[in-house]
Design a binder for this molecule. Structure first.
Ligand SMILES: [Fe+2]
Ligand SMILES: [Fe+2]
Length: 317
């Protein structure tokens, strides 16, 4: 029948973000209006950000599960059958899934198309990493998952994370090592200690990551990737930046990056357990930001990092 559209498998699926957060599916789209089904996994946190357009409306109906959101400082519980909408939102709204939750999401904010186009671009880059070196690919996915968890924990610990965008953090963490595309295979996969000239290839990979990302993303993402090996005391590379010269996002990815290297068996290192590695990073307070390593330690103690560590990076964004 003209004008009738039936989608039995609920339309195009977009894993918006990472599998440890959930997914977004487009059900219908017309006249600037999008109808989506959003899944949020148990324990995951999502943000609704204020829209630039004052006419923006975002409506959510909880199909199943349970959510908690902080409204003016006090927690509000929402369950299946409840709904809420935002219109003229001024501050970010943080929502945590107390159970795995399914939502019907209707908005006049053109969201899905931009996310889907964005996703395509990212997928091509990711494929390049995976073809070059599966270890780097799995590592990149791990670092992204750890970074998202660290941000969530820092927010739960009451730290001011308002300036940190989860999307920016995830993109930067996923592609922080894309510059390794330029490192010769024999150096990238070498198990013996590297010579001085071989080290030079490794030392320049953050700059190559930044150069590649500059063609696609904004300066914030470029800066994070460029500085993920910088350390607070100036002992990092490529520039030996110190303290405030390194953004909090680059510090977060630096911690997640070192943590993954310490807890992964690469054939030439002693693989540590999550708690041991988190404790060691926490002790290195001159190099790593304690707000970040403190959150990592809390997560390690709760066992929240173990699941990610065991994964092989198949949790594609
Ligand atoms: Fe790196
Ligand atoms: Fe890395």
């Amino acid at each position: 029948m003209d004008g009738l559209y039936i989608k039995k498998n609920e339309g195009i699926s977009l894993e918006a973000g990472i599998e440890s957060v959930g997914s977004l599916r487009l059900l219908a789209q017309a006249g600037g209006l999008e109808v989506m089904r959003q899944s949020i996994l148990k324990g995951a946190t999502v943000w609704i950000t204020p829209a630039e357009d004052v006419e923006t409306l975002e409506f959510f109906y909880i199909l199943s599960g349970a959510l908690e959101m902080k409204v003016d400082g006090s927690p509000q519980q929402l369950a299946a059958g409840d709904s809420f909408y935002v219109h003229g939102l001024r501050d970010e709204l943080l929502i945590r899934a107390r159970q795995s939750t399914e939502l019907l999401y209707i908005t006049n904010r053109p969201l899905f198309d931009s996310l889907f186009g964005f996703q395509d671009d990212l997928t091509n880059l990711l494929r390049q990493i995976d073809e070059k070196d599966h270890y780097t690919y799995a590592h990149s996915v791990h670092v992204m998952c750890y970074s998202a968890k660290i941000l969530e924990q820092m927010a739960l610990d009451g730290m001011d994370t308002a300036t940190v965008s989860l999307d920016t953090l995830m993109v930067a963490s996923l592609f922080h090592d894309i510059g390794k595309c330029f490192v010769p295979d024999e150096i990238l996969k070498k198990r013996q200690p590297l010579t001085k000239s071989e080290q030079r290839f490794i030392v320049r990979h953050p700059m190559d990551s930044a150069r590649i990302l500059k063609q696609r993303f904004d300066e914030k993402i470029v800066e994070i990737a460029r500085n993920h090996h910088e350390r607070l005391d100036g002992s990092g590379y490529p520039f030996g930046l110190i303290g405030d010269e390194i953004s909090v996002e680059a510090r977060m990815i630096g911690v997640a990056d070192s943590f993954d290297a310490m807890t992964t068996d690469r054939g030439y290192n002693r693989q540590m357990g999550c708690l041991e590695a988190a404790e060691e990073l926490y002790a290195l307070k001159d190099r790593y930001d304690r707000r970040v390593t403190g959150a990592l330690l809390t997560l390690a103690r709760s066992g929240a990092l173990e699941e990610i560590r065991k994964g092989d990076g198949s949790a594609r964004p």
